[in-house]
Design a protein around this ligand. Sequence first.
Ligand SMILES: [Fe+2]
Ligand SMILES: [Fe+2]
Length: 306
Amino acid sequence: MGWNDQIINEFRENNGRVGGMFEGVPLVLITTAGVRSGKPHTTPVVCLREGGRVVVFGSNMGKDRHPDWYRNILGTAQVTLETGTEEGRVRSYSTRAVVLQGEERDRLWERQCALDPAFRAYQEKTERQIPVIALHPLDLSADPARTRLVGEQLLAHHRDLRAELARLRASLLDPASAPASASVSTSASASAPASEGLGPAAQLRRHCLAFCYGLQLHHTREDGAFTEFERVYPHLVPVITRLRAEHAVVEQGLREFEELLDAAPSGADGEVGSVRAELERVVADLEQHFAYEEEQLLPALRGDVG
Ligand SMILES: [Fe+2]
Ligand SMILES: [Fe+2]
């Protein structure tokens, strides 16, 4: 397990607190969508809170390259934030990232440098200006039109994922039919890199991963949005508790599926068969999950109840 993963695990197990060099430092986890892969990318970052928003800094410890998460945010501003709470457990939130400019950026940057002089030292190490980003949590209480839009997006993402799964199943039955490049449109602005020159087994693997990443990203983002649904629609808490549990089961299955892909496919018939069987196992209850989610959540989001 890498250093980042250890911090992430410690953060989630200790209500957002991490020891060692991060002892006492205000941290959050942010999950962004990989610009090229669409893969969910989670990283701990130091934060500053101002009003309802959370401000983060693309310092990359003074390196000349912007951190990957910042480049991801420039691709899609939808960010899932995890933070410790007064309830004693980490919760995730759906947020929209805004890259700050001018006086507002400078004011918050100076505030952070005053709180933690290491940040000033990072700026001195590099020519690039360190970006300052505000994360605005989703707020459904104020805006019925926004709420309806969230419901429409949920349906659109399900439609895309269903279509992608159908294509993936077809290509697993007949690997020769695999598209030259596969992407899931829910993976934000992601598009799979060109796959010219890849053999059928590598194309199949890429196609499988594109679907996995699209589904993981969808569930990560939903988990964040659900926190706001629970706040605005308390009657949905039992439903959302079930949906979150189903996400965790799918996530575990997707991880095992990825391990199988890493270990397997040379493209031999037997291996494609085992990939297909494992995919079917992971997605066995997915259609039911989508249908239950739509049936239970959409009326509230459309303003029919609640
Ligand atoms: Fe879901
Ligand atoms: Fe969903």
